[in-house]
Write a protein that binds this ligand. Sequence first.
Ligand code: PLP
Length: 410
Amino acid sequence: MNPIVFLPFAGYPANYPRPRLSMLPSRSRFTRPRGAAFQPSSAFLGQADFFVYGRYALVEALARAGVGPGTAVLLPAYHCRSVVESALYRGAEVRLYDVTAKLQPDFDSVRALAADGKASAMLLTHYFGFPNALAESRRFCTERGIALIEDCAHAFYGRADGQTLGTVGDFAISSAWKFLPLRDGAMFLDNTQPRAGSRPNVHGESPPRIMKRRPAEWRREIRAMAGAVKAWLTRSPGKPAFPAMDFVDLAARARDIAGRPLPEKQLDDAQFDSRQVDAAGLRVSRWLTAHAPHHRVAERRRANYGRWLSGVARIPGAEALFPALPEGVVPYAFPLLTDAGGLAFHALKLAGIPIWRWEDVAMTTCAVSRGYRLRLLQLPCHQDLTDEEIDWMIDTLRGVMPHLLGSERA
Ligand SMILES: Cc1ncc(COP(=O)(O)O)c(C=O)c1O
């Protein structure tokens, strides 16, 4: 069994100013749908169990799938670190399968990792809200008696081939706080059981008893409630101030950051807190999730994604990972492929654009994961963003890319 080693960070928060916009939505709204508003499908708005974050919901999914010491679990090589930490917490052997350039499982790799029969579960991630190889993964897992867990952390809503994401796997998890203005909140679905009953799981074993989750302290609930009321009362902040930018200077500063040696001591960025495994998400978050204007969230996210797509269409060195937005998809973020060295990341961060990037993926032989670690930027497309804000981010990218391409071809 190979030990898991997370790759080091390639940039430090102290290198960049505070982002001018937020990566996640923060304003609460409770608007009713008007006319024939697009109503998104979500598997997670019914009786799903409520956790603090998706990583703890995943621990529950892994436990129900029989993942533990002496077993293995198949995870994608391109991942958010907390997913791997959930599997390590269960004491299972983590096997990381290769992914293709479109982030689908490379089934040759999956097959090889499952060949010895030790794998109890396979995790399938619907990256950025886009459905991922569901039918093939379902078939693969059913043939081998492996539990399929759908990772819907990026797909709170969505349908593919007539099915709602999160209902095809034996288990599914979501991460409501990534889509709605919440302090926490994640759901777990066990599709092997009737909602209220208890049946043996896919392996014919009785499911582990549902852990009684610890409710959040009232103190935290009250603070969250006050925060939600404040967010609801807050008016739109008006026109944001976007100063004129010197793109030559921005590119030079990006190159400077890329050329600096990283401090020897790396940040320890464990994202898993074992005290939260048996904790319930806030009741306030649950209520806000149930009453959120899902039609508006879905429409705005789709519109913003479309604006990004047309905006980056002719920018050299920038390429949308998913250049089409199929019906039914509600994107979590706008994934953009940029230069291999990650200069675009530094430049956009220096300009104050919020971006996430999975720099600290686990070390694997997967070339796509190794490359995307620096190249693939997660840009915001959430419902609070205005057209003007998205245009500013696109204009910044358009302005700076030509000055970066001279130093490193994308
Ligand atoms: C694909 C994916 N799965 C799972 C998780 C874990 O979700 P959470 O942050 O709610 O723990 C994340 C976190 O970013 C994620 O990106």
